[in-house]
Design a protein around this ligand. Structure first.
Ligand SMILES: N[C@@H](CCC(=O)N[C@@H](CS)C(=O)NCC(=O)O)C(=O)O
Length: 304
C-alpha cells in the first residue's frame, strides 16, 4: 500500500474525508474516478489542487473533493505539488489526512476502506488472473504514455525549458516515473520513431491477449464479475480510442467488452461524463491523422 508517511505538504494533514488530486483527461486518475464511482462515492465539489479555504478542506461522508491538478498547465511539475506527490504525477488520494499514491494501490485501498461492491474477485483463480492483468496493465502504462504523447497530445504535451529544468531539479533520484528524462527527450525530439512504434506494438500484444480471453464469451476479463482488471484495461482502451485506434476492426471481442464496460453508470459518471467534449476532440484529431497517413492506424502491426 503506497502510504506516504510524513508528507512534505502542510495541506495533507488538514484534509478531512476523501480528497482526490487528479486530472479528468489523465488515464491514471480516470482509473480512480471510475473506482470511486463504482463504489457510489460522489464528487462533492471540484477545487484547484491547493485550495485551502475551510469549505474545501472537508469532504462529507459518501463524497470526495476533487482537487484538479491541470496537466495542461503543468500544475504537477511544481514544487508545491511535488510536496504532495513526490513523483509529480496524478493521482494522489488523501483520506482523513493520510496520503496514498499509485493509482492501483489507491484503488486497492478504497476497496478495503469501502468494501461494498467489491472490486477484486473472491474466487482464487479469478483473483489471481485479476492480479496478473493489473500487473500487465501497470507495465504497459509507459507504452500508453509514449503512444499518446506521440500520436495524440503532440506539441500540447511539451514543456518550456524552465519547466523542464524545474522537473530535473525536483525529481527524486528514485522516482519510478522518470519524468525529467522523458521530458528532456520528448521536448528535444530525441525519442526515435521506432520507440513509439515499439510501444504501440507492445500495447497491441496486450490487447490481443485480452481479445483471446474474451473470445470465450465471458462478460468481463476475469469472468462473470466486473473487477479492477476491467477498470485498468477499459481506461487503456479509452486512451487509444482517442487516438482513433481501430478496435472494432482489430479486436472485435475487446471492442464489445469495452462497450459493455463503458455503458456502466460508474464509467459514464466517473470517467466519460466529465470530459466527453475533450474526448471527442482528440478522437477527431486521431481520425484526421489516420486519414493523412500519420496516425496509429498507419503504425499498427495488426493486419487489416
Ligand atoms: N504509476 C503511477 C503513474 C501515474 C502517471 O503516470 N500519471 C500521469 C497521468 S496518467 C501523469 O500524471 N503524468 C504527468 C506528466 O506526464 O507530466 C500511477 O499509477 O499512479
Amino acid at each position: 500500500m503506497a502510504l506516504i508517511e510524513s508528507p512534505a505538504s502542510p495541506l495533507v494533514p488538514r484534509l478531512q474525508g476523501l480528497h482526490l488530486f487528479g486530472f479528468d483527461g489523465a488515464p491514471c486518475a480516470q482509473r480512480v474516478n471510475f473506482a470511486l464511482a463504482e463504489k457510489g462515492l460522489e464528487r462533492a465539489r471540484k477545487v484547484k489542487w491547493a485550495d485551502d479555504h475551510p469549505a474545501a478542506l472537508v469532504a462529507p461522508p459518501g463524497t470526495y473533493v476533487y482537487r484538479e491538478v491541470s496537466l495542461v498547465r503543468h500544475d504537477n511539475l511544481t514544487e508545491g505539488y511535488a510536496a504532495i506527490q513526490p513523483n509529480m504525477v496524478v493521482p494522489a488520494l488523501v483520506h482523513d489526512g493520510r496520503l496514498y499514491i499509485e493509482s492501483m494501490d489507491i484503488i486497492a485501498y478504497l476497496d478495503e476502506a469501502f468494501p461494498e461492491q467489491p472490486l477484486r474477485p473472491r474466487e482464487p483463480a479469478a483473483a489471481a488472473l485479476c492480479d496478473e492483468l493489473v500487473q500487465l496493465g501497470k507495465d504497459l502504462h509507459v507504452s500508453v504514455r509514449h503512444v499518446t504523447f506521440h500520436w495524440s497530445l503532440g506539441g500540447l504535451a511539451r514543456t518550456d525549458t524552465e519547466t523542464e529544468a524545474r522537473v530535473a531539479r525536483l525529481e527524486r533520484g528514485d522516482s519510478p516515473e522518470g519524468l525529467a528524462e522523458f521530458y528532456r527527450r520528448f521536448n528535444g525530439n530525441a525519442i526515435e520513431l521506432a520507440t513509439f512504434h515499439q510501444h504501440l506494438h507492445e500495447l497491441e500484444d496486450g490487447y490481443a491477449q485480452q481479445e483471446t480471453r474474451l473470445a470465450d464469451g465471458r462478460p468481463f476479463l476475469t469472468g462473470p464479475d466486473f473487477s479492477i482488471a476491467d477498470i485498468i484495461w477499459a481506461i487503456k482502451v479509452l486512451r487509444l480510442t482517442e487516438c482513433a485506434y481501430p478496435f472494432a476492426r482489430n479486436f472485435p471481442h475487446l471492442a464489445a467488452w469495452y462497450r459493455r464496460v463503458a455503458a456502466r453508470p460508474g464509467f459514464r459518471q466517473g470517467v466519460l461524463g466529465r470530459y466527453k467534449f475533450v474526448h471527442h476532440v482528440f478522437r477527431v484529431k486521431g481520425m484526421l491523422m489516420n486519414l493523412f497517413g500519420r496516425g496509429v492506424v498507419n503504425a499498427s502491426r495488426v493486419a487489416a
